[in-house]
Design a protein around this ligand. Structure first.
Ligand SMILES: [Fe+2]
Length: 148
């Protein structure tokens, strides 16, 4: 499954857009599990989404640092704050599928992700695209190889 991004959520930098499609797929699965009252699937979905968020934020932060993106401190602060909040969702889910956990998975997380993409990631994508930015190395593996 692969979601098509609507225009307002398209960053225009393919590596980030690809991550966002995956994030939205995972988010939709976690949201559906919460709506269905399926605690095990909601926990698994929230954990998978959390892992993907950490990887994705780290990747974006690497791009911002490499490209000397002027707004990188504020953008990273938005990631950090959200991950702190997201950890609370994990704790909430340990206790069960409470109204608060369902609210997070069905409303708060999707709203934050869409808001963040529109407000923070679209300008980053425009900056990277305008500079024909290419990452120095693949981010997914964390490899530290450099051509000599
Ligand atoms: Fe971001």
């Amino acid at each position: 499954m692969s979601t098509r991004l609507p225009p307002e959520l398209t960053v225009g930098f393919e590596e980030i857009d690809r991550h966002h499609r995956r994030l939205i797929d995972l988010m939709d699965a976690a949201t559906a599990a919460a709506r269905n009252g399926d605690l095990a699937a909601a926990r698994a979905g929230a954990a998978a989404l959390g892992d993907e968020l950490v990887t994705h934020f780290s990747s974006e932060e690497g791009f911002m640092a490499e490209a000397l993106y002027p707004d990188r401190a504020r953008h990273k602060a938005a990631h950090d704050l959200f991950l702190q909040d997201y950890a609370q969702l994990g704790k909430e889910l340990e206790a069960g599928l409470s109204d608060l956990a369902v609210h997070w998975l069905t409303i708060r997380v999707p709203e934050w992700v869409k808001f963040h993409i529109g407000v923070n990631d679209v300008p980053l994508g425009q900056y990277l695209t305008a500079r024909h930015f290419r990452p120095e190395q693949p981010r997914a593996t964390g490899a530290k190889s450099r051509p000599s």
